[in-house]
Ligand binder design. Structure first.
Ligand code: NAD
Ligand code: LMR
Length: 328
């Protein structure tokens, strides 16, 4: 029996993500939580004739406890999105506290669940989650993931456009680092099958992957940020975890993890100078089984991008850790 939970289920990401999880045959129970509208979203989804029994709660009474108890996987898209002119870091003020409180609930009610953090700024909210779990003595680094799959999805799409590939999902492009601007580093030299990007298109391509989120924020013109593509990406990553847990082998996905806690990660932490980094991670029955070092095969162009990413990440991580260790 697999129980999946969405925290922030009534939102722009939460609703389509919950729909995808509701129709996923790997899930037996889906439990939804939000501070608004959960009864409506739940009643609506519950009429779909798929396997997952669907329940939903608001914070009143034991809402969070009932949502989380027995959960195997918890996906968190709760929090405010950007408006034009904002950076993801501008969301910290509000989203840091939301993630802290929700992960406190996870520590209490389902400490062994896989936790997938979507709420921005991911570079900081994942360290916040880790520090909360550490403080409750239930931190398992193999079970905490920052979801950076949207950067991978965008890379597939944008590269396919340039090389004229009609099926973007045949491309495997590692995207590493973090999830904001220059901390996002697509490693095009490691694409499989290998891709040839014309030199005059390379900078623009990398920039589009790094700032793809801004493209959507601008197009939505005040009505939020990426929701549908993120729901797809969040589901795609959650489904990979569920498949790995069922014993499927060879699943390797970039995701933002606490490196010292994952096999192979300590060496990458040493090389990057930061403890959190998105790297290709092999998923297995226990979650993040092995981190692969993507830095060894990079070209000079990518090395420069990586340097900027490491610099940017350092402050984001410290800010998240500090939020829990020295509460404001
Ligand atoms: P949204 O405003 O449409 O939805 C957020 C939902 O969270 C709302 O329904 C709100 O009621 C709920 N919420 C707020 N506080 C809560 C709490 N304490 N407990 C439970 N639910 C709570 O926003 P959205 O467009 O769905 O985006 C959500 C977050 O995801 C944002 O922070 C956004 O920046 C981030 N995001 C991340 C990625 C990524 O790649 N990781 C991509 C897109 C968006
Ligand atoms: C994205 O990459 O689309 C998300 O992180 C949302 C944002 O703020 O851009």
């Amino acid at each position: 029996m697999v129980k999946a939970v969405v925290l922030g289920a009534s939102g722009g990401i939460g609703q389509p993500l919950s729909l995808l999880l509701k129709i996923c045959p790997l899930i037996d129970e889906l439990s939804l939580y939000d501070v608004v509208n959960t009864p409506g979203v739940t009643a609506d989804l519950a009429h779909i004739s798929s396997r997952a029994k669907t329940t939903g709660y608001l914070p009143n009474g034991d809402g969070l406890k009932l949502t989380l108890t027995g959960a195997d996987i918890v996906v968190i898209p709760a929090g405010i999105p950007r408006k034009p002119g904002m950076t993801r870091d501008d969301l910290f003020k509000i989203n840091a506290g939301i993630v802290r409180d929700l992960v406190t609930g996870i520590a209490e009610y389902c400490p062994k669940a896989f936790i997938l953090i979507i709420s921005n700024p991911v570079n900081s909210t994942v360290p916040i989650a880790a520090e909360v779990l550490k403080s409750k003595n239930v931190f398992d680094p193999k079970r905490l993931f920052g979801v950076t799959t949207l950067d991978v999805v965008r890379s597939e799409t944008f590269v396919a456009e340039i090389i004229g590939e009609s099926d973007p999902q045949t491309l495997k492009i590692p995207v590493v680092g973090g999830h904001s601007g220059e901390t996002i580093v697509p490693l095009l030299s490691q694409a499989k099958p290998s891709v040839q990007i014309p030199a005059d298109k390379l900078d623009a391509l990398v920039n589009r992957v790094q700032y793809g989120g801004d493209e959507v924020v601008k197009a939505k013109d005040g009505a939020g940020s990426a929701t549908l593509s993120m729901a797809y990406a969040g589901f795609r990553f959650a489904e990979k975890i569920l498949k790995a847990v069922r014993g499927e082998k060879g699943i390797i996905e970039p995701t933002y993890v606490y490196l010292p806690g994952v096999e192979g990660g300590a060496e990458i932490a040493k090389a990057t100078g930061v403890e959190y980094f998105s790297v290709p991670v092999e998923l297995g029955t226990n979650g993040a089984e092995k981190a692969y070092n993507p830095l060894t095969d990079t070209n000079d162009y990518e090395k420069k991008l990586l340097e900027a990413a490491m610099k940017g990440l350092k402050g984001n991580i410290e800010k998240g850790v500090d939020f829990i260790k020295n509460p404001p």
